[in-house]
Structure formats: structure tokens, C-alpha cells
Ligand binder design. Structure first.
Ligand code: GYE
Length: 308
């Protein structure tokens, strides 16, 4: 990348650095932990943070970015609710000479010079981990197995990529049938509602496995499964993603069977990147935290160490 030499951005500025952050919402424990991590890290590193909550609206994110441009912040960070539609607003930031960092989810902009770097998880790999767990777990289960999926927000990177990674492992297996799949917006209420719908079928059509794209949707599904007189974790095998302390507790209790880790604590990395940019250094185009999968055994151990 040669943007530093080309003087496209207004560098350097006087201290303290001002960072405008458009957060996409408050839908989950993951999201709250993500916002808290960013606020704490800003404080610790002496960066002035202006944070705006877009309540799941991309339009509100555009408004936030425009207000940051108007306020002449030094750096803009965006956690984009969906992948598409960012080109114009990113162009506006570029024209104003303000570097942009994409956090958590991605944007599908063709012109990757519109942002400096993306800091966030490998969601495809998370889907792969969920798929491998299910494959292993079902090894000795006879007959066709019906798998249901509670997807996250339509058009969001984690929903698209977790689905694709999961299918890359299970999609071509003759004995696996993707019987039901629908978006439930990463929320507990919607998860419960959509799962209730999934269970309005006869026993021969009922899913035996559920992949929930996050913990909250799994919590909602658990309630729907119980309301239907069934045992979550036994009658229906459940895998979710994130790994909040509450999810690990439920995992340890046996109502969830595995939880794929997704790390929300991106604050320190974001502040580091912000400082590096202001110091005129070049950053890698993508920064990915290391992540694992929690099982019922490891959940008991890890629960207390979990930070959210
Ligand atoms: O998994 C979910 C949240 O974008 C990785 O969004 C994030 C996802 C996370 O609502 O709980």
C-alpha cells in the first residue's frame, strides 16, 4: 500500500487522536462486550472516542460517518451491519482525507483502498469448526439427519460466512439434509420465534441438529424446544457461536453441545491500529484473532476466565 507516501490522508494530527466509531447495534452479549472493549481501550490509550450506535440500520451508520467527517475526526472505525453498499460513503471519507478501519464484520467494496484494514474474526473458519463438530458427533447416527440453521442478520458477513463454512463440511454429505434455515437477526426473541416455526412439523420432519449462528439465538431456540416438550442438547443437538459466559454455563449444563469461539475484545487492536496509522505506518490488510471451540468439558474450565 502506498497511501502513506501519497499523502492522501491528513497526517499527522495533534494529540489526542480522535476516533469516531460507528457501532452497528446492541443485539447480543458479544456486541456489548465489543463496545465495552473499545471504550476501555480508548480510555487506556488516551484516544478520544466518539461512539454512535446505529441500531441495526445501515442508513444510521452512513449518518454517523458523515457526522465524523464533519467533526474532522482523525480516524473512522466502522462495524458494518451488512457487507454491501459501502462504496459511496467510504469514498466520502477518503475524499475528506480520513482513514477508515473496518471492525468485526466486513465490507465487500471492490476498491480495497477505501479502508486501511479489517480487524475481525475468520467467520468461515468458525462455520467449518461447527461443521466438523457435527460431523464427528453424528459419526454413528444411522439414517438421514435433518439439520436446521438459525442464521444471523441477512447480508451480514458472519451470517454469510458461518453458513458457507458449515456447508463446506456438511453440504455434500448424502446422509445430511439441510431441512430448515432462516434468519433470526442474532437476537434471542427472534431465535425463539423462528425455532417455534421450525418445530411446527411432525416428528419425522423435526430437526435433530441445530446450528445457531450466535449464542442468543440458541438461548431462544432452547426455550422453544422446551416449550415443545423436548430436551435441548439431547433430542436436538445444538451448536452456537460466540461463547459468552452464559453460553458456556448452558453448555456445561448440557443444553448446548458445543460453542465455537468468537472474540469480541477487539478494542486494544483497534487502538493499536489507530495509533499506527497516525504514526504513518503501514498495516496488514486483515487482522484476525485466534479462536477455538468449546466443548462441554472445556466449558467448565473456561467459564470463569471468559470476559463477557
Ligand atoms: O457473533 C453476534 C453478533 O458480528 C461477530 O454479531 C459478530 C456477531 C456475533 O450479534 O453475536
Amino acid at each position: 500500500e502506498d497511501w502513506m507516501q501519497s499523502q492522501e490522508y491528513n497526517l499527522p494530527s495533534k494529540e489526542p487522536i480522535i476516533l469516531g466509531f460507528s457501532q452497528l447495534g446492541t443485539e447480543s452479549a458479544w456486541r456489548i462486550a465489543n463496545s465495552t472493549s473499545i471504550q476501555d481501550a480508548a480510555k487506556e490509550s488516551g484516544i478520544t472516542l466518539i461512539i454512535k450506535n446505529a441500531e441495526q440500520s445501515q442508513t444510521k451508520q452512513f449518518e454517523a460517518v458523515r457526522s465524523f467527517i464533519k467533526q474532522k475526526v482523525d480516524v473512522i472505525a466502522i462495524a458494518p451491519v451488512v457487507e454491501s453498499g459501502w462504496d459511496d460513503i467510504l469514498q466520502e471519507a477518503k475524499q475528506a482525507g480520513i482513514p477508515v478501519i473496518i471492525v468485526d464484520r466486513s465490507v465487500d467494496a471492490q476498491d480495497t483502498s477505501l479502508f486501511v484494514t479489517t480487524i475481525g474474526s475468520d467467520f468461515y473458519e468458525e462455520g467449518v469448526k461447527a461443521g466438523k463438530y457435527i460431523q464427528d458427533r453424528l459419526r454413528n447416527m444411522p439414517g438421514t439427519i435433518r439439520v436446521a440453521e438459525l442464521q444471523g442478520t441477512s447480508g451480514s458477513t458472519p451470517s454469510i460466512q458461518r453458513g458457507e463454512g458449515f456447508r463446506s463440511i456438511l453440504g455434500d454429505k448424502d446422509h445430511i439434509l439441510f431441512s430448515q434455515s432462516a434468519p433470526a437477526d442474532f437476537t434471542e426473541d427472534k431465535g425463539r420465534q423462528v425455532m417455534e416455526g421450525f418445530l411446527q412439523v411432525g416428528e419425522e420432519e423435526r430437526p435433530q441438529v441445530l446450528f445457531a449462528h450466535n449464542d442468543e439465538m440458541a438461548f431462544g431456540a432452547i426455550r422453544a424446544i422446551q416449550d415443545a416438550g423436548l430436551k435441548p442438547g439431547e433430542d436436538i443437538i445444538i451448536v452456537s457461536v460466540d461463547g459468552s459466559r452464559k453460553a458456556l454455563q448452558i453448555l456445561a449444563d448440557g443444553q448446548i453441545n458445543a460453542v465455537v469461539e468468537c472474540n469480541p475484545l477487539l478494542g486494544p487492536q483497534l487502538m493499536q491500529a489507530t495509533k499506527e496509522i497516525m504514526a504513518g505506518r503501514t498495516l496488514p490488510k486483515r487482522m484476525v484473532p485466534r479462536e477455538d471451540i468449546f466443548t462441554q468439558e472445556s466449558a467448565k474450565r473456561e467459564m470463569l476466565n471468559r470476559k463477557f
